[in-house]
Design a protein around this ligand. Sequence first.
Ligand code: T6T
Length: 316
Amino acid sequence: MRKLIALLVLVLGLAFAQSDIRLVLVPGLTTDAFYITMNKGAQAAAEALGITVDFQGAPNFNPVEQIPVLDAVIASRPDGILIAPTDKVQLVEPLRKAFEAGIPIVTVDTFIDDGKYQDGAGDGDFPVSYVASDNVAGGMIAARAMCNAIGSTGSVYVSNVNPGISTTDQREEGFKAGIAEICPDVHVLETQFNEDDSSTAAAQFQAVLASNPDLSGVFGANLFSALGAANGVEAAGADVTVIAFDAPQSIVDQIDSGLVDMTIAQHPFEIGYYGVVTAYAHITGNPVPPHIGTGYTLMTKDNIADPEVQKFIYSE
Ligand code: T6T
């Protein structure tokens, strides 16, 4: 009997110890449906594990606004940080402060440095793990869809956020490599950077179209780039193919209306869920893989009514 009570005390003790764990998820920005969905996955994992995950971020996607949020999070001494760094280089030193304070870091969606952690190489080698989509592959998928839609002629361009963001840099890289391989006669114009602003992306579309009458396609490399490019196409009444990245309801509506040919939906719920599980495993003394890849769902007019596809539409 005494042994049984001792065991019960131990189990209860462990349960209480676990519920003391507090992680903070720092998104790229707080109002983006992608990160809102990621937080839902993080909260689902937190509930399953009996731990707490706070969601603390900036209203816009840039290091200038993200770094002070990160500093405040570090000062609050959480047991672990999940973060989508808004720049590969500029977040290295701010995150090193967390590492030096003994706070384990998992990067979700984006990475710092070369994204290869725990291999003894590079300035930003210290995060425990990186949980994300394969963004080079995502860009290649976009290129294949573009070539299928436009054939082998005309010009295309990438509507992108800012240089220096791991995800969108890699999507652009994959897209350009895919065009060169699959439809090499298509001319890739200069990338337009919109600072994550869909109105800027829409205005840029009009300008690119005006100076390139053979424009046949645009790849929107993230939610706001794609939304803006599609809005630009609609406003100009242009016959230009739009291949999008990300899946908020607004882009799904544009697939329904035929404005967007295809969108590459990431699985942000999965990223949040596995991000939390990875941090938890590490904090509780278990080994974790330095990289976990999550999937995509390709959404087109042909499959968008399928509930198995619709479940990947982002939450607003
Ligand atoms: O595409 C996602 C994310 O993967 C990227 O890093 C930044 O933009 C989004 O949040 C969509 O707005």
